[in-house]
Every structure is written in C-alpha cells, then in structure tokens.
Design a binder for this molecule. Structure first.
Ligand SMILES: Cc1cc2nc3c(=O)[nH]c(=O)nc-3n(C[C@H](O)[C@H](O)[C@H](O)COP(=O)(O)OP(=O)(O)OC[C@H]3O[C@@H](n4cnc5c(N)ncnc54)[C@H](O)[C@@H]3O)c2cc1C
Length: 407
C-alpha cells in the first residue's frame, strides 16, 4: 500500500529540518527524507563547523517551530555590525563603520549558533512531533505530479503520495532537476575557510567584516570558550589561496589570520578544524511547479556576506507557512505554489544581485579599485539615515518592524 502524507520534504539539511519542525508544529503530517544522516556533534566526522547568524525576522520562525527555547541558551547575541576597510598598502583598518542595532530596535540584529548544534536541537524537536517522520539513508529519486497529488519515488523504490513536495535538497537540488527548472549561476573562483578562534580582547557582541582583497574576513561572536572570548570566522579568498591557507601549519596560519583581521581582537588562536566551502551565487528560474515548491539553497545560493543565506531560507519558510495556513485541507494547491513563487522570487533575485555586487567589491585586488571601494563605503555608510535604511534592508524588515522586532 502506498504511504500518504500532507507534505514531503526532500532534504534534511538545516533548512529542511527547520521546515519539518515548523510545518509539523503547524499540524501538518510531514515526511522528511535525506540520504545523509545528520551529524549532531562538533567532534564527529563530517560535522558542519559553520555557524549561522540568525537575523531578527528568523527568530519568530524558530519560535513558531518550537525551536527558539531550545536554541536561545546556546546563542551569542549580535548587537553591532562593524565594516572595516583595510584595503591600503598595509592590512591596517583605514575606515571603520558601525551599524548598531539599537539605532533601529531594542533587540540585537541577530543571534549566532553552530550548525551542528542546530541539527541536534532540530532532531530533538522532531522527536517531540508524532506527525513528523525523518527518514535518513533514503533520498528523493523521481516525481510524478497530478492535479490532486504528487507521487514521489524514493531511492529504496518505495513511493509516497503527498499534497505538497518541498525541495530543500541543496544547491544541486534533485527535485529542481526533476521538475526541469533551470538555474543561473555566478562563479567567483573563490572559496571560504570556516573555523573558530579564541582571542584576548572581548568581542563585545560586535560582528566584524574586514575588507582588503579576495573577499571579506568575517568574525562573528560566539559564547566564551574555556573562559576565553571566542568568534566564528569565515575567510573568503581565491580557491588557490584558500588551499594554501588550509594547508599551513597552525602557527603560520595563526600569524596570517591575525594580520588579515587587522589585529582588532588581538592575536587569534585557532580553536577548531578548518573547513573549506566553495562560493557561488545561484538562483532557480522558478521557485515552484505543480504541487511543488523549492526553498533554501535548492532555490538560491549566495556568498556568506551579511548572513543572508539561511535567513532567506527562513523567509521562504515564513511565506510558505502563511500560505499553507490558509489552505490546510490541501497545502499543494496552485493558490499556495503560485503565490509562493510570486512572493519570493523577486525578493530573492534582489538579494542575490545585491550580495553578488558586495562580494565583487570585496574581492577587488588592484589598489585603485580598493581605494574606490573605501570612498564608496565612506559615502554610502557615512549618513545615518542611509545606514538605518541599509540595516532594515539587510534584516529584511520594513520601517514599521521596529516595535515587532523589539520583543
Ligand atoms: C562558510 C559559510 C557560512 C555561512 N554563514 C551563514 C550565516 O551566518 N547565516 C546564514 O543565514 N547563512 C549562512 N550560510 C549559508 C547557509 O549555511 C546555507 O544557506 C545552509 O547551510 C544551506 O542549507 P540547505 O538546507 O539549503 O542546504 P544543505 O545543507 O546543502 O542541505 C541539503 C540536504 O539535501 C540532501 N540531499 C541531497 N540529495 C538528496 C536527495 N536525492 N533526496 C533528499 N535529500 C537530498 C543533502 O544530503 C543535504 O542534507 C553560510 C554558508 C557558508 C558556505
């Protein structure tokens, strides 16, 4: 007999697991499938050592999914975003601009959490939801859609009939492929190194992006480690330079990263393994098909600048939750899938374009271009109203969101 469910999610990465928690909490029967079992400790092989800075609007999605109370005790608040231009002949900070969350709301910009811990807490939440099933070790293989349902064949040959199928199966999404939906990609020849550091100076809940060449060097606050202030680092450079840095002995690596940070937190000490991530931008031509929607990296990939990636994914989820909430009997109707595409695609396109531009500006290697970047940053970020508008745009909140964001 064929199994049935309201919603099938292809992909149990952070986005797919968050969707399973949120849609299950909203009362839908959900099955989430992923060929790879989730890794839920920092030490285990294959652990995702990145962290995610969740911005203000994502918090309410996590609350609605029954996740925030689990995550809050592990979260480091992000109060100030500091942009440093260190593009002069030597890597010293020559222009510093602060964006203080207090200028637009009572709450911090966001909260930073390790990705492996997100997976652990999301699995624990799913265990509390009897209507949500997580199938690890089995993946999406084929899809047949009809007006009334979608039939998914899994990699073990079993079949599930669902009202709605969500593709949260990553940047090379097999569901997107099965739907014949194309995607546009931009390549930069860049990679990112992600790791944790400790440092003698406290971070005071300031996230710092240092721009010199090759891409940004970003320090994001973490809770203290063994009594020392700690931060997560994302360091973007050309692929060849990242390969060289990743292979350096630790003392040389520490000297290079301290210089690249302009020394703002004192000498940096490596406190984790170094993991390497390829950097691209990608946007799917559409975000829905018959009885299907695409979310997260299946729909959009951006370089890790301004913490937009997973936050855009939770904005996808918030939009979907609102739409399926109006069609509880059948969450896969065109009224859901078409409206989801219309509401999300333009917004996602604007963000992908904006982050692509910021990344290209940060990569500038030639001195005149770096000087131009510093002048542009000074001009743009110098005026307070412009800074406030940019902060709201970065968060994805409108001018009236202050009161709501304050709580
Ligand atoms: C260095 C770095 C730092 C970042 N920092 C931030 C940040 O601070 N804030 C932020 O918002 N974003 C950040 N991002 C972006 C964020 O990490 C990603 O958006 C997010 O991890 C992607 O999640 P996902 O669930 O869409 O994709 P993935 O994590 O790739 O998950 C896709 C899942 O689909 C599964 N899958 C594959 N094939 C199948 C199949 N056939 N059937 C079913 N499942 C399948 C895979 O096994 C995988 O588990 C960062 C990214 C990088 C590279």
């Amino acid at each position: 007999m064929r199994e049935t469910t309201d919603i099938l999610i292809s992909g149990g990465g952070v986005a797919g697991l968050a969707a399973a928690c949120a849609l299950g909490t909203a009362g839908f029967r959900v099955i989430c499938v992923d060929p790879a079992p989730p890794v839920t400790s920092a030490e285990a092989a294959g652990a995702d050592l990145r962290t995610t800075a969740f911005l203000q609007p994502s918090r309410s999605v996590l609350e609605g999914a029954g996740l925030w109370s689990r995550l809050a005790p592990h979260a480091a608040p992000l109060q100030v975003m500091r942009i440093i231009d260190a593009g002069g002949p030597t890597p010293e900070a020559r222009l510093v601009t602060d964006f203080d969350a207090a200028d637009i709301s009572d709450a911090p910009f966001g909260w930073n959490l390790p990705n492996w811990l997100l997976r652990r807490e999301m699995l624990a939440r799913i265990a509390e939801l009897p209507q949500v099933g997580l199938r690890s070790g089995v993946g999406f293989a084929r899809l047949l859609t009809r007006e009334a349902e979608a039939i998914v064949t899994l990699s073990d040959g079993s079949r599930i009939a669902a009202r709605l199928v969500i593709g949260a199966d990553g940047r090379d999404s097999p569901l997107r492929e099965a739907l014949g939906i194309g995607a546009r990609s931009f390549r930069y020849g860049q990679k990112a190194l992600a790791f944790a550091v400790t440092h003698p100076h406290p971070h005071r809940n300031v996230t710092t992006e240092v721009h010199r060449s090759g891409g940004p060097f970003t320090l994001v606050p973490l809770p203290d480690r063994d009594g020392s202030p700690a931060s997560a680092v994302v360091w973007m450079e050309s692929g060849a330079e990242v390969a060289r840095l990743a292979a350096l002995p630790v003392p040389e690596f520490e000297a290079e990263m301290t210089a690249r940070s302009s020394g703002i937190l004192g000498p940096l000490t490596l406190a984790s393994r170094r993991s390497v991530w390829p950097i691209i931008s990608r946007i799917a031509d559409r975000m829905s098909g018959q009885r299907t929607v695409l979310m997260a990296e299946a729909a959009h990939v951006v370089p890790p600048i301004g913490a937009q990636g997973l936050n855009m994914s939770l904005a996808d989820l918030a939009c979907l939750l609102e739409l399926v909430g109006k069609h509880r009997q059948d969450p896969g109707l065109p009224a859901v899938t078409e409206a989801y595409h219309r509401r999300r695609h333009r917004e996602v396109q604007a963000r992908v374009t904006g982050i692509d531009l910021l990344n290209r500006a940060s990569m500038a290697g030639a001195q005149p271009l770096r000087d131009l970047r510093a002048r542009a940053l000074d001009l743009i970020y110098g005026a307070r109203p412009v800074r406030q508008a940019l902060m709201r745009a970065g968060l994805g909140v409108g001018p009236k969101a202050e009161a709501a964001a304050g709580g």
